[in-house]
Design a protein around this ligand. Structure first.
Ligand SMILES: [Zn+2]
Length: 388
């Protein structure tokens, strides 16, 4: 389990593959190294990061009083740099990939456990999901707040950095963007596992007498609060932020968080669309992504909350919305008559019932055969399916 925040954007130090190419792959079979998909090099090795005066250069940041996190780096030769003072943080990239993998493993273990017949459930799956969930909640508070954007110098700051944060969700803690800070995989997994006795076992194993409280307070509330305090420019990224806040609000029954997210979505709907229902940024792909998020995720998270949420006053959602209709139906541009295929995964819809969801948002539900595929692991696939 990575105890330090990782970095997503990292080039290969051995070839010309750039940060945008995302060339470095990680696998649990070789947890200490990354392998370049283009040139095949494994790093770190004796050449990378290069030693200066017999020592690998490293950046240190005091994430909390008395706790220092260290980020070793390799300085790219000046003639190969894509931007000034380009550094390759191999350990941080490895931590990023390991964290991504483990967060998915938590979700898949929880889902598989719930799909097994009640008397034949494998307790090892529940234990795995609960131990990793709790461990994430233990390490998350010390993750360095960081700046991790493609083609730009990376920065690390203390873990409890207060606002103001950078615009455009460029101040991050869990992932590379602040709008993705709520770990949705873990929210879903926790919704499935929180009543299971395995959670108390995980607490005993990791020395925590109140595991549920730790997970809810130190991971979910903290990450939702980090997202809530980001500057909100009502852009496409904002939808990921609202989704995370709403998911935590529904998971924990936090009415204030639900009200605030709903109010922001209302404002988004007022500002973001032309009269004909087109998203203001105007290109077809952005339109599809925005509608998929609104229809698929946010609509379902809002569904069932409208009676309880009086914040939906004037504005596109409030004006057109009736409590007996899903807000997912309100916005326009999905072609009429095109129906979503029902989800293949049974456990996740059950879990969304806990969160207030009425069904699976996409016909691209992960199945065991796709879990390990590289396509699924790429951010593009995750983004297109609404998973982050
Ligand atoms: Zn390479």
């Amino acid at each position: 389990m990575p105890v330090q925040a990782g970095l997503r954007f990292c080039r290969c130090p051995g070839c010309d593959a750039t940060e945008a190419d995302n060339p470095l792959a990680w696998s649990p079979a070789k947890p200490d190294v990354l392998t370049c998909r283009r040139c095949g090099i494994t790093v770190p090795n004796e050449h990378f990061p290069a030693k200066v005066e017999n020592k690998v250069a490293a950046e240190s940041v005091e994430v909390r009083p008395g706790t220092v996190h260290t980020y070793p780096f390799h300085v790219v030769e000046p003639e190969r740099q894509s931007y000034p003072d380009e550094r390759v943080y191999l350990s941080a990239k490895r931590d990023y990939e390991a964290r991504e993998f483990l967060a998915k493993a938590v979700l898949y273990a929880a889902v598989r456990f719930h799909e097994q017949p009640p008397r034949q459930r494998d307790p090892a799956l529940a234990r795995l999901a609960c131990v990793l969930l709790l461990r994430f909640a233990q390490v998350y508070p010390a993750y360095a707040v960081h700046f991790d954007q493609c083609g730009q110098t990376k920065h690390f700051q203390k873990a409890d950095l207060p606002p103001p944060y950078r615009r455009g969700y460029r101040t991050a803690k869990w992932d590379w963007s602040g709008c993705l800070d709520v770990p949705l995989n873990l929210v879903i997994a926790y919704a499935l596992m929180r009543d299971d006795p395995a959670l108390a076992d995980a607490g005993r194993l990791l020395g925590d007498p109140h595991p549920a409280q730790t997970i809810e307070r130190d991971l979910f509330r903290a990450s939702a609060e980090f997202v809530r305090r980001q500057p909100d420019m009502a852009t496409e990224e904002s939808l990921y932020a609202y989704r995370g806040m709403l998911a935590v609000g529904r998971l924990l029954g936090d009415q204030a968080l639900i009200r605030e997210s709903t109010a922001r979505i209302n404002g988004f709907a007022e500002q973001g669309f032309f009269h004909d229902g087109l998203w203001r940024e105007g290109d077809a792909q952005a339109q599809r992504r925005v509608m998929a998020l609104l229809d698929g995720w946010i609509g379902r998270l809002l569904n069932g909350t409208l009676d309880a949420v009086p914040m939906l006053g004037p504005g596109p959602l409030g004006r057109r919305c009736r409590a007996d209709r899903s807000p997912a139906r309100l916005r326009s541009s999905r072609p009429r008559g095109r129906r979503r295929r029902p989800g293949r995964c049974r456990a996740i819809p059950r879990c969304w019932a806990v969160l207030g969801w009425s069904g699976w948002p996409s016909d691209r539900v992960p199945t065991p055969s796709t879990w390990n595929s590289r396509a699924w692991a790429t951010s593009e696939a995750r983004t297109s399916t609404g998973w982050a």
